[in-house]
Design a binder for this molecule. Structure first.
Ligand code: DAH
Length: 340
């Protein structure tokens, strides 16, 4: 009787092992058959009631069934484990030979790049790079530069005046004055920096832009020196021979004063919107330092003379990279900046 029950139990348990679809189902089947309160345990309790030789026979069968089931459970459990591992390996597969994604690196703004090139060039020629304040006094921005009180450049439409009487510098020329106040001649300096004008913003005008001021004061300085340094600078920036021309120009702080134009690189002088169809682009104001300017900064114009220039750095950058709208430069738009 018990033997039949045992065989039946074994058959059913094996069936459930084969049919288990998960580790949980398998475990439930195992507990039911082999657990402390399981079917086999129940039968082994019945063993004691049997006569001795029958008990021995059924006992052996019970042990055999138990061993068979334990082995089957164990084998099925291993199958589940292997299957789980195989799935994981497939899902978490990594190709360690793939190159890592390139990290996004920052880089210098195009204005900063060209500024650094100009600084390198002029320091190699014995010039010092000076910095000046963006909030300036009226004296440094205008008076000391021989700009008379009624000069249109002082007009409230151009200058951002502050309530304390100071202003946002409208050009980098005040750094000339600070340079002369601080250093005795002979003196060679450049001063790159940000300047501000109360302008209507459009494709070629910004309220904030960049200039580089330059000055050389020595005993014998002529227009020939000025032209030499200007050509050197323009050719270095564009890495080729660029045609330039000098026109008379009026700036209160130089005499004689000039406007240095360079041939438009976008149209090679043929005329295009960027050069207002003239073939030339105004790039640098320059001249020989006015004696009044030297005198006001405590330098004797009988003994010393100098040249000065103011370069439109922002415009130069636009020419160099072929940028047709000044507003891109301060837009902070990475799609624009990534191109340089
Ligand atoms: N400061 C002038 C401007 O912003 C540029 C300039 C012209 C600077 C002539 C100079 C110079 O040093 O000599 O338009």
């Amino acid at each position: 009787m018990l033997e039949a029950t045992l065989e039946d139990l074994q058959a059913r348990a094996l069936e459930r092992i084969r049919g288990a679809r998960s580790m949980e189902e398998l475990e439930a089947a195992r507990v039911e058959a082999l657990g402390r309160k399981g079917a086999l345990g129940h039968i082994s309790k019945e063993l004691g009631k049997l006569p001795p030789e029958e008990r021995a026979r059924v006992g052996r069968l019970l042990n055999a069934v138990k061993q068979c089931l334990e082995e089957s459970f164990e084998a099925r459990r291993k199958e589940f484990e292997e299957e789980a591992l195989r799935r994981r390996l497939e899902a978490e597969w990594l190709d360690l030979t793939l190159p890592a994604p390139e990290p996004k690196r920052g880089h210098f703004h195009p204005v900063t790049q060209v500024q650094a090139e100009i600084e390198d060039l002029f320091t190699s020629l014995g010039f010092t790079v000076l910095d000046g304040p963006e909030v300036e006094t009226e004296y440094h921005n205008f008076d000391a530069l021989n700009i008379p009180p009624d000069h249109p450049a002082r007009d409230v439409q151009d200058t951002f005046w502050l309530t304390d009487g100071n202003l946002l510098r409208t050009h980098t020329s005040p750094v000339q004055i600070r340079g002369m106040e601080r250093f005795k001649p002979p003196l060679r300096m450049i001063a790159p920096g940000r300047v501000f004008r109360n302008e209507e913003v459009d494709a070629s005008h910004e309220h904030t832009f960049y200039q580089v001021e330059g000055m050389m004061v020595d005993r014998e300085v002529s227009v020939a020196h000025l032209i030499y340094f200007m050509k050197l600078m323009v050719n270095a920036i564009f890495r080729r021979e660029v045609a330039v021309r000098l026109r008379p120009g009026y700036f209160p702080f130089v005499e004689p004063g000039f406007e240095l134009d360079m041939q438009c690189l976008l149209c090679e002088g043929a005329g295009c919107p960027a050069c207002k169809h003239s073939g030339w682009v105004e790039m640098i104001g320059c001249g020989l330092v006015h004696p009044n300017v030297l005198r006001m900064s405590g330098i004797d114009p009988e003994e010393w003379m100098g040249f000065a220039f103011g370069l439109g750095l922002t415009r130069l950058v636009m020419m160099r990279f072929g940028i047709d709208d000044i507003r891109y430069l301060q837009s902070g738009d990475l799609r624009f900046l990534h191109q340089f």
